[in-house]
Design a binder for this molecule. Structure first.
Ligand code: SF4
Ligand code: SF4
Length: 90
C-alpha cells in the first residue's frame, strides 16, 4: 500500500479548508445580496493586475478587457485600488 506523506495530507486539509471558506463566503455573499465590481471597458487596458490580486479568481481578461464573474466575486474591493487605469468600481 503506498505511503502518503504528512505534507500531502496537510496540503489536502488546507485545500479543503479553503474550499469550505470560499463556499461559506459565497453563501454569505448571496444572503446579503452584494454586487460584483464593475469594469469600465473603455478604461481597461487588459493588463491583468486585477486578475492576480483577486482572491476568488472572479476576474479574467477576455480579449481587450477584464470581466468579473459575479458568482465568484465576494466584493472584497481588493482589485479596485490596484487597477492602474481606475477601470474598476463598486
Ligand atoms: S472585489 Fe474582490 S472578489 Fe470581487 S473581483 Fe475584486 S478582488 Fe475579486
Ligand atoms: S487592472 Fe484594470 S486595466 Fe488591468 S485588466 Fe484589471 S481592470 Fe483592466
Amino acid at each position: 500500500m503506498p505511503r502518503i506523506s504528512s505534507v500531502l495530507i496537510k496540503n489536502l486539509i488546507r485545500k479543503n479548508e479553503l474550499t469550505f471558506l470560499t463556499k461559506k463566503i459565497n453563501v454569505n455573499n448571496l444572503a446579503e445580496e452584494r454586487m460584483a465590481v464593475k469594469i469600465d471597458k473603455e478604461k481597461c487596458v487588459a493588463c491583468g493586475v486585477c486578475v492576480d490580486v483577486c482572491p476568488t479568481e472572479a476576474l479574467s481578461v477576455e480579449g481587450d478587457y477584464a470581466v468579473c464573474n459575479a458568482e465568484l466575486c465576494v466584493d472584497c474591493g481588493a482589485c479596485i485600488p490596484e487597477c492602474p487605469t481606475e477601470a474598476i468600481s463598486e
